[in-house]
Design a protein around this ligand. Structure first.
Ligand code: C2E
Ligand code: MG
Ligand code: MG
Length: 816
């Protein structure tokens, strides 16, 4: 018996240390991954880690044993060998499980003890498995030291490893931990070996040479090689996995950066908060919109940007969601009011979403400042509902409001008044002073009307110079009172640019419910009443009445019918004889138009000529009358060639046509009537514009056509300019002849007119002679001719022909 000399094979020693370090590295890398894994794959990696570390410790041990040459045959007992493997693998497995389960100091210590114990047990069981002709004696102090080395080095290694999870340079820390762990395994081993003394003992029996009782160096070499291959295999798997993980880590990082840049560069504010409404993130747009920087806002309550009035509701809403998970605003886009740093409130649009993490919810709000949009909507609304010049409600808004007032009045029984205003002579002001002055005047008028109203009343601009006032709660008397106030206010002159402008207004009033029950009827009836007020001189107000309505309705019937009257041949020329006073001889006829209306019967020209003038229909109508009169008179001339002329009334509008003389010439040519057989009756309105009228009159005269001045004395005709007009005849209006036989004054007027006319070389004809007394008077007044019912009322062509033209009737009598 004696102590044995043993030698280490240096290469194998280094290889054993390399195996220890490499397996530690792999197992720690695996441990680092374990945290991110769950379920089956976590178990797989846990197994791989345990196998790697356990296998590594074990391989290290036996590579080191192979490196220990004792100069004798050594085999190993298989059962103990297996137990040693199991020790190292199971202890590694438990350590792995613990180390990643939670990172507390206690588990770290437990893990270190486990790994250390695993290494120690593995080592000494492995030693026990040795079968050789020697016994082992241990120095217990060194054994204890080996145990301490295993534990302390494991603890340090795990500590380093723990640091790696938060360290910047993770790889370096893992490498360092692997080196320390490798050192723990190797250090323990070689210290353990140093504690053992092999004493040769030839009495020890070597077991039989079969695998169940001994494992020889060759098999052990295989086992070790398998252990190392396993570690290499895990290395390959791990590297692949790592590459994949790093790739996806990188992708996640890129995506993260992308999201970050999207959020930062977004035009909308993107704000996240936790379930309590504490702001977690705040992008640049949020800064621009609300005026706070992210440093100012992160950690602050979300309600900082909610106006004070809405804060409680906001807090309650959040609370409700946290408790019930009921989504009201979440997932939707809503318009709200925001509050910026300077305390200004403004409209925002908010889209809110949540993310749930376990118990807690996180909110993400995307907020847009919609001030511009809201303002342009307001502007559009204004354009739709307001008049641009006066900023008063326009016709559309008026109608909507009036309708709602009516709805209300139906419930509470109030009376509503609609006052329809139209300025008198506004067109003239516009024409004379220009539209800009007209606009200023309209604005001033709007202000003046407004002054007469109370806050509940409505003033709207209907169009041009038309305004409408609605008094939603009023009486018959009150409406008239307001109308009077308005008329008075408007009649004081308006001074614009040193100009004193006088205007007045006509007002029509309709009342709800008596004059109509809808907005459009009330407006229409107020307009009708206004029209009557204007017709009767303006600067006054009229209430709507049924009589007014009838007049207007008749007017409307006439207006619509008149357009078709010509086409439908409803017009007919009547004729009234003109008689020479002294001889009773018919010298000519006046053409007077009649309208045979299909429903209203014969309509007087006094009713429809002004309408025809308003609608310009007088132009084609007048031309037709002229042609018709010339044609029919030509027929009479054929029978009665001594007739002087047919007199045709000409409207001022017709006369103003630039080609009027040509039209007359064409008709004369067409009907083959001599110009001297045609007399045109002009009205006083024509001669009021002598500059324009005289050249045309001269042109007509030059053609040979005769001219007479109708209704002399009723208008503004002055004797002074009579001399300038190339007239042939003066027609004295029937208002002078009506009482000529009774009134010396009237007779004197007629005598004067006749006297003057004769001095001017004009023929004089008296109109409206109905009685022989009247005839006697005008005879005394020296009047040449007369027209009137005394001879004949205006009659249709055939009746005139029968009565006055054909030889059978033609007898020297005109007195009916
Ligand atoms: P005017 O040209 O002064 O015509 C005379 C009016 O006196 C006619 O009325 C005629 O019927 C009426 N009259 C004739 N004799 C008497 C009488 O003894 N007593 C009374 N009280 N009245 C008499 P009428 O036909 O209703 O025409 C009214 C006016 O309409 C005409 O007044 C004329 O200004 C206009 N008018 C008639 N026909 C035409 C026309 O073809 N063209 C144009 N532009 N105006 C016409
Ligand atoms: Mg006439
Ligand atoms: Mg007349």
């Amino acid at each position: 018996m004696g102590e044995m000399d043993a030698q280490y094979h240096v290469g194998l020693v280094l290889l054993s240390i390399a195996v220890a370090v490499l397996s530690s590295y792999i197992s720690l890398e695996i441990a680092a991954r374990l945290n991110n894994l769950k379920g089956k794959s976590r178990l797989t990696w846990l197994a791989m880690g345990s196998l790697s570390l356990g296998g590594g410790i074990w391989s290290m041990h036996f590579v080191a044993m192979l490196a220990y040459d004792m100069g004798m045959n050594v085999t190993y007992e298989p059962v103990l060998l297996t137990i040693s493997i199991l020790f190292s693998i199971v202890s590694s497995g438990i350590a792995f499980y613990l180390i990643k389960k939670s990172g507390s100091r206690l588990t770290q210590i437990a893990s270190s003890i486990l790994i250390g114990t695993g290494i120690v047990l593995m080592h000494y069981v492995g030693m026990e498995a040795m079968q050789m002709q020697a016994v082992i004696q241990y120095d217990m102090w060194i054994v204890a030291l080996s145990v301490v080395i295993a534990m302390v080095a494991s603890f340090v290694a795990l500590n380093l490893f723990r640091t790696s999870s938060t360290a910047k340079n993770r790889k370096r820390w893992i490498t360092l931990s692997s080196l320390v762990m490798g050192a723990a395994i190797s250090g323990m081993h070689y210290t353990g070996m140093a504690s053992a003394t092999f004493i040769h003992d030839s009495s020890v029996k070597m077991p039989q040479d079969d695998l169940t009782s001994q494992v020889g160096p060759t098999v052990l070499g295989f086992l070790v090689a398998i252990g190392i291959l396993m570690i290499i295999g895990f290395t390959i798997v791990l590297l692949r996995y790592k590459a994949k993980i790093e790739d996806s880590d990188h992708r996640l990082e890129v995506i993260d950066r992308m999201y970050h840049s999207i959020i930062q560069s977004a035009n909308d504010a993107i704000i996240t908060s936790d379930h309590k409404g504490v702001i977690l993130s705040w992008n640049e747009a949020a800064g621009k919109i609300f005026g706070y920087t992210s440093t100012e806002m992160i950690g602050k309550p979300l309600h900082t940007i909610v106006p004070h009035d809405f804060r409680q509701a906001h807090i309650d809403g959040m609370e409700r969601y946290n408790q019930t998970n009921q989504k009201k605003v979440i997932g939707q886009t809503v318009e709200l009011t925001g509050l910026n740093k300077s305390g200004k409130e403004f409209p925002i649009e908010l889209s809110l979403s949540t993310t749930q993490d376990g118990e807690n919810s996180y909110f993400t709000g995307i907020i847009r400042n919609i001030t511009e949009r809201v303002e342009s909507q307001k502007r559009i609304k204004e354009l739709v509902y307001r008049d641009e010049l006066t900023n008063l409600p326009n016709r559309r808004m008026l109608k909507e409001h009036l309708t709602s007032y009516i709805e209300q009045a139906k419930l509470d029984g109030h009376m509503i008044a609609v006052l329809f205003l139209d300025l008198d002579r506004f067109k003239q002001i516009n024409d004379v002073y220009g539209h800009s002055i007209g606009d200023v005047l309209l604005k001033e008028i709007a202000v003046r009307i407004q002054r007469c109203l109370s806050t509940k009343d409505l003033l709207a601009r209907q169009s041009g110079d038309e305004f409408v006032v609605v008094l939603p709660q009023t009486s018959h008397y009150q409406a008239g009172y307001v109308a009077r106030q308005i008329i008075n206010n408007i009649s004081t002159p308006v001074v614009i640019d040193d100009l004193e402008l006088y205007t007045s207004t006509s007002i029509g009033i309709s009342l709800y419910p008596e004059d109509g029950e809808t907005a459009s009827t009330l407006l229409k009836h107020a307009d009708t009443a206004m029209y009557e007020a204007k017709k009767e001189g303006g600067n006054q107000y009229y209430y709507f009445t049924n009589e007014i309505n009838e007049i207007i309705s008749r007017k409307m019937v006439l207006e619509t019918g008149l357009r078709k009257a010509l086409e439908r041949e409803e017009l007919e020329v009547y004729y009234q004889p003109q008689v020479e006073v002294k001889t009773d001889k018919i010298v000519g006829f006046e053409a007077l138009i009649r309208w045979n209306h299909p429903e209203l019967g014969t309509v007087s020209p006094a009713d429809f000529i002004p309408l025809a003038e308003e609608t310009n229909l007088i132009i084609p109508m007048g031309e037709w009358i002229l042609r018709e009169s010339c044609r029919e008179f030509k027929e009479w001339l054929k029978v009665k060639p001594d007739l002087k002329h047919v007199s045709v009334n000409i409207s001022a509008l017709q006369f103003r046509q630039p080609n009027f003389p040509e039209i007359v010439a064409d008709i004369l040519a067409e009907t083959e009537l001599m110009p001297q057989n045609l007399e045109l009756e002009l009205t006083e309105t024509i001669v009021q514009d002598p500059k324009r009228a005289i050249p045309i009159m001269k042109q007509l005269k030059a053609m040979g056509v005769k001219l007479s001045l109708d209704d002399f004395g009723t208008g503004y005709s002055s004797f002074s300019y009579l001399k300038d007009f190339p007239l042939d005849t003066l027609k004295i209006d029937k208002s002078f002849t009506k009482e000529i036989h009774l009134s010396a004054k009237d007779k004197a007027v007629v005598e004067t007119i006749v006297h003057m006319a004769k001095r001017l070389g004009l023929n004089v004809i008296a109109e409206g002679i109905e009685t022989t007394d009247q005839l006697a008077s005008i005879l005394e007044s020296n009047c040449n001719e007369f027209q009137g019912y005394l001879c004949s009322p205006p009659l249709p062509y055939t009746q005139i022909t029968d009565k006055f033209i054909t030889p059978k009737i033609f007898e020297p009598t005109s007195k009916v």
